[in-house]
Design a protein around this ligand. Sequence first.
Ligand code: ATP
Ligand code: MG
Length: 204
Amino acid sequence: MSQFSNQPRKIGVFGGTFDPPHVGHLVVAINVLHELGLDEVLLMVANDPWQKRGTREISRAADRFALVEAAVADIPGLSASAIEMELGGASYTADTLEKLLSEDDHVELFTILGADAANGLLTWERHERVSELSTLVVVDRPGVAVELPTPAFGQWVRVEVPHLEVSSSDLRRRVRDGRPLDFLVTSPVLNEITTRSMYAEGER
Ligand code: ATP
Ligand code: MG
């Protein structure tokens, strides 16, 4: 559609570790896509989620990316992005947004954040740049009170999404304990987790 007009393509950037991607992520992405009329939402797989370093063992980026690809395969408007893996090293959203704009400056960027991520925004590397380069989109997350970013954060909007109390942490515990993941992740994701023998062992 927008390639025939002068309107910039509207791209949502939904960053995460996605270890694994679950229905909570997909419901956020699809509803923000719809509510804001975006052309595409990129599920941006963190190469090195530096804020989680030392807290637990993180699955290889290539494995997490494969799970995200499986999650979005049949969903129009959602894609998996390997940009942060290609950039390498610690993943900073400011760099990711700069990279997207360097590839195509006729885009309008939206950084999508769950409530917990929004509350931590001030701790991000060059968070002012993230606000300059994109509109912040904040969505609720069950059990997390949103302390909305101050006006200094520039433009932000809040999008209502169905509240799903799902987390990757809980899913990893479920695999370890032998409890089912059905309906919390999509079937293609579950197949990939099984094929890759992910989460079954180790301290997670
Ligand atoms: P973990 O438990 O390992 O931290 P997670 O479920 O929080 O995993 P992340 O990859 O850390 O998933 O989160 C990526 C983004 O998705 C963050 O902005 C987070 O706030 C958001 N998010 C994750 N789960 C939900 C959910 N159930 N509802 C709304 N937002 C969510
Ligand atoms: Mg998280």
